[in-house]
Design a protein around this ligand. Sequence first.
Ligand SMILES: [Fe+2]
Ligand SMILES: [Fe+2]
Length: 169
Amino acid sequence: MSTERVTGPDAKVPDPHVIAVLLGQHARVKGLFARMKATAGQDRQEAFGELRALLTAHETGEQTVLRPVSAEVVGEKIADARNQEEKEADKALAGLEKMDTTSPQFDAAFAQFEKSVLAHAEHEEAEEFPTVRAHCTDEELQEMGQHLLRADKIHPRTRLRCLRSGLGS
Ligand SMILES: [Fe+2]
Ligand SMILES: [Fe+2]
């Protein structure tokens, strides 16, 4: 499952609030981690494939749509820390892709990867999402959600409007 799901019958296209989309993706990532633990063989390999695709789309979306806004309203230090964590997760994922998913080495590396990814998601949910939500109007958040679902780069105008609406708050 990846972002193409948004075109399906359970799509939430009319109201793709960026934070709701991102939280929904976090929930799906957690579900896939659980599935990795509960399955074996081919099923587990498939779950890993879905997790890889979802994480790649999710982190790319955050870097292109969310982070330019959060760098301004939350601060560059926090935005840089989140970008760095995503870079490291990317490297870890590339390492895992080369391993045999049935090997003990994979299990050990994957357990560490899960820990890092979940800690990263918690940082975002605690330090980043609430502030972005507070600084942008619903319309702006929906516009960002649309960009995210289309995997676009954020439009500079969206960014500027968000920043303006954050002034004095
Ligand atoms: Fe992230
Ligand atoms: Fe995230």
